[in-house]
Design a protein around this ligand. Structure first.
Ligand code: PRT
Ligand code: ZN
Length: 212
């Protein structure tokens, strides 16, 4: 414990996902560094007394903002979220969990099998910015329809011809009779911010920065 406080340069604040696919892994990652992330009822802030670390329990989409604004020193989020926000926040380390791909897929019946088949079509997505960039790079004009979630349902309801969404096992796409034909990006969880979380110490300034 004495060594611990001697190494401490400042108390840090870490933003992690409150409830979702990143939560348990993020808690486990911090536990491996001696930081106890334990929810405090419904409060969105908890404190690990042993390490004087403050944990912010927030939506994953908001984590880049907390880090960018300096409210949090670091945070755990998927690179898919960073790409959609289009911000250059330093990536401290790749965390080897929450792997997934952002793909474009369409129902087999729609006969959309390549990017060029998307011309003039409607594409439903929660990732309009990244999708628009891909379409522009490939000189494709298509209508992007924003969905906050449950994107897979859009073609079945006649709301879109194709979708652009995250896929991990591919089971959800298969269940909706869709085939992915283009991968826009591959994602995994990363630690972002300006402070490392080394084993057995609270914080240490970054020596090298990786910018997305
Ligand atoms: O409430 P909050 O905004 O915090 O949560 P959220 O609903 O936005 O996110 P959540 O918990 O679903 O995902 C958090 C992060 O986990 C994502 O931003 C990705 O970085 C990562 N991740 C990894 C995934 C998946 N795998 C994943 N499979 N996020 C979502 N999915 C969804 C996908 O959208 C689709 O609906 O799972 C479905 C497909 O899964 P498969 O296995 O059937 O292919
Ligand atoms: Zn989210």
């Amino acid at each position: 414990m004495t060594v611990f406080f001697m190494n401490m340069q400042k108390n840090i604040t870490i933003a992690i996902q409150k409830d979702g696919r990143l939560s348990q892994h993020s808690i486990g990652y911090l536990a491996g560094r001696g930081i106890c992330a334990q929810k405090n009822g419904r409060r969105l802030v908890s404190v690990c007394n042993a390490t004087n670390t403050r944990i912010l329990w927030v939506r994953d989409d908001d984590i880049p903002h907390y880090v960018e604004s300096g409210v949090a020193d670091c945070g755990i989020v998927g690179t898919n979220v960073l790409a959609e926000r289009g911000v250059s926040i330093p990536i401290i380390s790749y965390l080897d969990f929450a792997y997934c791909k952002l793909v474009i897929a369409a129902p087999r019946a729609n006969r959309i099998c390549s990017l060029s088949d998307l011309r003039g079509k409607k594409i439903a997505t929660s990732y309009p910015r990244v999708l628009q960039k891909t379409l522009k790079e490939n000189n494709i004009r298509a209508d992007i329809i924003y969905f906050r979630g449950s994107v897979e349902i859009a073609p079945e309801l006649g709301l879109s011809d194709a979708i652009c969404d995250l896929s991990q096992t591919g089971a959800t796409l298969r269940e909706h009779n869709m085939t992915p034909f283009h991968t826009i990006l591959e994602s995994q969880a990363v630690l972002i911010g300006t402070y490392t979380i080394p084993h057995n110490t609270v914080s240490r300034p970054l020596s090298t920065k990786h910018v997305l």
